[in-house]
Design a protein around this ligand. Structure first.
Ligand code: GAL
Ligand code: ZN
Length: 658
């Protein structure tokens, strides 16, 4: 377990560096991440690399036993690079050029810049790839195209887009068929006729939109790969990673994470009213490699660019840290060591204020770091073993985002409905993609699986066949892989597996909900969103609609498949529905459950040779009393704890279960 900080020595006079290193040491900071925006200092002039200053900082830190994660600086091309390559600046969807001076001001397909990134990564790898002090690498920073996720629309990208399509479809005939260009006279007779979906043309062909998203994502994945390939031959015993963004969905994180050794993300929970938000980000990151991960950046102060959030309440930094560890983080680095006096992020506070004096937040970090150090021996090597997972492809997210279909549908809202229900009973879940080893789970929930490939369907069917439970929610099975709606009876390729048919559907607003009734208990729940009206074709009815002209029509069904079960949930519903439904599922597949926990209290578990460790966090500002169903050693204090546990506001307890 490591506690760390994101550090920008280039922002401070060199005579401050020793003080920082000393203060870090005293706070228990064991690792710093550096250099991810420092291209201008690492290569002040083309071809003249200057690594001496970074060596000097590292040397000071080494004296205090501080290790290092190095960032490759590709997120911030320098002014001299932009002057050299005016066409490096990306083109936005509105046709204007993204300016220098923010960041991510690069077209990911610019050959010259890709080569510069390759040379930089190679040079850094040569210099530090065998350093014992360096534990790993962060490539770039929060990949996602231009600033907040828009891909580049420059002529180079559009040219390569056409080539990409040609590679994927081979002939225009195939593309025309796959996209359904018969609609509105879109049939192409030359590849050069195909455009990119620029604004304000929001209602371009949905298949074109989806392919453009895939193409844009591929560009970033390739851009990252150039640096992975450059570093790989040099690094020894160091990980290569990048800082992801949890529920961010502009990029295919499955593809992005594939060449990395470990996943990591940036966690800013001050915006998250509910524990499920950071929890879901952790579950995504953990699910990508199905193992423990890092938090490269975690909130440690009030934040904002031009306007700020409030400051973390006493105990919140500590609680967020333990929440991260409880979800499987093996290292947590705080963003940032010290608030910067200048630049866009003047208001993005860190552990220290602008004045550099240790204050309340510094003391809280020191407390957490001490606790973590004390428990490291016990927790090192333990991990979260989730028995359940949420399954998706990024294509699902993209299709829903472009065409929500009904009132504000998002993949993550549906995922969070289940996430909250899992948390209520202390059941861990990963968020996984098709590459994952599904054999680890007993329960798979596929929220709004609107677009599917045949091999996905086959993998999910096999999972059920072998005894697992699969849950699909509304709109599942709607589309084939090129984003065309199925001509089979809905739910399309899932018809056989689910044993149901969907002759019709209704759109119901969340503020004017309908109702569903559970068949066995008679309990009623508000239901809304995309409501599939189900007809059974082999399946049994679990719940029925209890309102509207379709009162009595099946809303939730279950089908036996081999040794397992496949559910279809036709509507979204209020939280109580998921609580009851999940209790039923967990019971069927024999997942251990805790007595219901209050909202925003989490009981997390890491396991290993040393046993079971329960990390209990209170995400709320109110005291809570809960039942963790076991007793054990109180690792953050004395004596034993449980089964009843009292938690103070933002409180944390760590219990080693007997
Ligand atoms: C993160 C980013 C950091 C810093 C921070 C505060 O998203 O990776 O570099 O910008 O936000 O804005
Ligand atoms: Zn471009």
């Amino acid at each position: 377990m490591l506690i760390g900080a994101d550090y920008y020595p280039e922002h401070w006079p060199t005579d401050r560096w020793p003080t920082d290193a000393k203060l870090m040491r005293e706070a228990g900071i064991g690792v710093v991440r550096m250099a991810e925006f420092a291209w201008n200092r690492l290569e002040p002039q083309e071809g003249r690399y200057d690594f001496a200053w970074l060596d000097a900082v590292m040397k000071l830190q080494a004296k205090h036993g501080i290790r290092v994660i190095l960032g490759t600086p590709s997120a911030t091309p320098t002014a001299w690079q932009v002057a050299k390559w005016p066409d490096l600046l990306p083109v936005k969807a509105d046709g204007t050029t993204f300016p220098f001076g923010i960041r991510k001001h690069y077209c990911p397909r610019h050959e010259g810049y890709r080569d510069a990134c390759r040379r930089m990564a190679d040079a850094m790898g040569r210099r530090w790839g065998r350093s014992k002090q360096v534990i790993g690498w962060q490539i770039d920073n929060e990949f996602g195209g231009i600033d907040f996720g828009a891909p580049c629309f420059c002529p180079r990208c559009v040219g390569q887009w056409r080539a990409w399509l040609r590679r994927h479809y081979g002939t225009l005939e195939a593309l025309n068929a796959a996209w359904g260009t018969a609609f509105w006279a879109q049939e192409y007779t030359d590849w050069d006729q195909i455009v990119a979906p620029m604004q304000p043309v929001t209602s371009q062909n949905p298949s074109l939109h989806l392919d453009w998203r895939r193409f844009a994502s591929d560009g970033i994945v390739e851009f990252q790969q150039v640096q992975v390939d450059a570093l790989r031959p040099h690094v020894r015993g160091q990980f290569i990673s990048t800082n992801l963004m949890g529920m961010f969905e502009d990029l295919d994180y499955e593809a992005l994470a594939t060449p990395l050794d470990v996943a990591g993300w940036d966690n800013y929970p001050i915006w998250a009213a509910e524990a499920v938000d950071p929890a879901m980000g952790h579950a995504v990151t953990r699910g990508l490699k199905q193992k423990s991960f890092l938090v490269f950046e975690q909130q440690s102060g009030p934040s904002g660019w031009n306007a700020m959030t409030g400051t973390p309440r006493p105990g919140q930094i500590r609680m967020w840290t333990w929440q991260s560890i409880g979800h499987g983080a093996d290292a947590v680095l705080y963003f940032r060591w010290r608030a910067c006096r200048f630049g866009t992020e003047q208001y993005w506070h860190g552990i220290l204020q602008h004045d550099g004096l240790p204050g309340r937040r510094y003391k809280e970090v020191r407390q957490v770091a001490r606790e973590v150090a004390k428990l490291s021996k016990a927790l090192d090597g333990t991990e979260v073993r989730a028995p359940a997972a949420l399954w998706h492809t990024y294509d699902v997210n993209w299709v829903i985002r472009f065409q929500p279909g009904c009132d504000k549908m998002t993949f993550w809202d549906e995922a969070k409905r289940f996430g909250k229900a899992f948390a209520r009973r202390g059941i861990a879940y990963d968020v996984v993609t098709p590459k994952a080893d599904l054999g680890r789970y007993r329960l798979l929930v596929c929220p709004h699986a609107v677009i599917l490939r045949e091999d996905h369907v086959e993998a999910l069917r096999k999972f059920a066949q072998a005894g697992g439970t699969v849950v699909f929610t509304s709109r599942s099975g709607e589309r084939g892989w090129t984003n065309i709606i199925t001509d089979l009876a809905r739910p399309g390729l899932l018809g056989k597996m689910t044993g149901c048919r969907i002759p019709e559907y209704d759109m119901v607003r969340q503020d004017k909900p309908g109702q569903i009734e559970m068949a066995d208990t008679g309990r009623l729940y508000d239901a809304f969103g995309w409501c599939d009206l189900l007809e059974t074709d082999g399946a049994a009815v679990v719940a029925r609609y209890a309102a509207e002209f379709y009162k009595g029509t099946a809303a939730v069904t279950v089908n036996r498949v081999g040794k397992g079960r496949v559910y279809y949930v036709g509507a979204s519903a209020e939280d109580a529905f998921y609580d009851d439904f999940l209790a039923r599922l967990a019971d069927e597949v024999k997942l251990p459950m805790l007595p219901p926990l209050p909202l925003n209290v989490e009981v997390l578990e890491r396991r290993g040779k040393a046993g079971r460790f329960l990390i209990v966090i209170n995400y709320t500002a109110d005291a809570q009393t809960i039942d963790i169903a076991v007793t054990g050693k109180n690792l953050l204090g004395k004596g034993t704890r449980g089964p009843k546990i009292e938690l103070e506001p933002y409180g944390v307890q760590v219990v080693q279960a007997r």
